[in-house]
Design a protein around this ligand. Structure first.
Ligand code: UT7
Length: 334
């Protein structure tokens, strides 16, 4: 019997309307457009405005976009896996909220938290449900409302992140297309350098934790940068090697959008020209779990059946990984 692969058969995405430019950040913190552009590659990012809106609201728009493009009913979805670092609530899982709001009444769902690598971890997890033959339509979402955990007095972090998200549909394929391989890694010792100090069970929220601004992203930028440059490039090279892929065999690299310099280190290590790399960091910044599906969403029309695509990410935890996909359809689907 032919092996069942999990093929991505549709992509959806959404970014909020509000555009926060570097010029606006210049009025909030002591920074300049020149510093942000040369150090990160970011020009603007999207921010979700409005009371009572969370990551699920971004995700629901992305899911609706996918379902409408693919022409399928929300009731057909079996499983929803949501990768997010900014869940709507501590509990219930954001996937539950998304299922409810998008009418996916027949699906069960859960969240995955692996920071910026979360989408790859969720994609690999979703793949197992398809490969086992148990499920036919699995939705994998990567979404974050990073503005909800940013300190807009800290110029080293607030300039990097933005809000947004995307999703992919996984379906069985027996012709050799789909998710072929994944290398995923974690190193918990890295948690010291990038985390949120309070709000979890170790340090529940108190007046003091709020006053001390411990519910915001804490990042030691340079340390994280060094680990990211090395590990994202290493893991991308590893997945090429073990799948016997040469640079010429690869149609696209889809890198996590944390810093243009980290992206460059990765594609240079892989021997790829910049034209083969999906880069939208200048418009969306770092949307954490949203970066990879947002790239696929933006580049979908350019993708061709049989394209070899490598996704790579690095994030808090530390977590990192790479996934090799043999793309399953031409252009914008259908
Ligand atoms: O996605 C999850 C994983 N995260 C990452 O991959 C992020 C990795 N880190 C980075 O991308 C970079 O480290 C940053 C973009 C966060 C910072 O860039 P950097 O080149 O590493 O800067 P730095 O932290 O070494 O700071 C250099 C200088 C410092 O000033 P002094 O001490 O040299 O006077 C900072 O205070 O730049 C200063 N600085 C700024 N200046 C203007 C820091 N942030 C800003 C700012 N505007 N926004």
């Amino acid at each position: 019997m032919q092996k069942i692969h999990a093929a991505i058969t549709a992509v959806g995405g959404y970014v909020p309307d509000y555009v926060m430019t570097n010029a606006e950040l210049e009025t909030i913190v002591d920074t300049t457009d020149e510093w942000i552009t040369t150090r990160t590659g970011i020009k603007e990012r999207r921010i979700l405005k409005g009371e009572g809106k969370g990551s699920s609201d971004i995700a629901v728009e992305a899911v609706k976009n996918l379902l409408q493009k693919k022409g399928i009913d929300p009731l057909e979805i079996d499983l929803v896996i949501c990768a997010t670092t900014t869940p709507d609530f501590q509990f219930p899982a954001t996937s539950n909220v998304i299922c409810d709001k998008a009418g996916m009444k027949n699906a069960f769902g859960y969240d995955i938290n692996a920071a910026c690598s979360g989408f790859l971890f969720a994609l690999t997890t979703g793949t197992q449900f398809i490969e086992s033959g148990r499920h036919k339509k699995v939705l994998v979402i990567g979404v974050d409302k990073m503005s909800s955990i940013l300190n807009y007095e800290d110029r080293a972090t607030c300039i990097i992140f933005g809000d947004g998200g995307g999703c992919v549909l996984l379906e069985p394929d027996t012709e050799g297309y789909g998710i072929i391989d994944s290398v995923l890694k974690t190193d918990g010792a890295g948690r010291a350098h990038l985390h949120q100090k309070a709000g979890g069970s170790v340090k529940p929220a108190t007046v003091e934790t709020v006053m001390a601004k411990e519910h915001f992203v804490y990042q030691e930028g340079q340390t994280v940068f060094k680990f990211a440059v090395k590990n994202m490039a290493d893991v991308a090279a590893e997945i090429m090697e073990r799948n016997h892929l040469k640079a010429d065999d690869i149609a696209w690299l889809v890198p996590h959008q944390a810093n243009k310099r980290i992206i460059a280190a990765t594609y240079e290590r892989m021997g790829l020209p910049e034209e083969k790399v999906m880069i939208n960091i200048e418009r969306f910044g770092n949307t954490t779990n949203g970066t990879l599906p947002l790239c696929l969403w933006e580049w979908e029309s350019k993708l061709r059946k049989g394209d070899n695509i490598v996704l790579a990410a690095f994030g808090g935890g530390f977590t990192w990984g790479a996934t090799y996909i043999r793309w399953a359809y031409d252009g914008n689907n259908q």
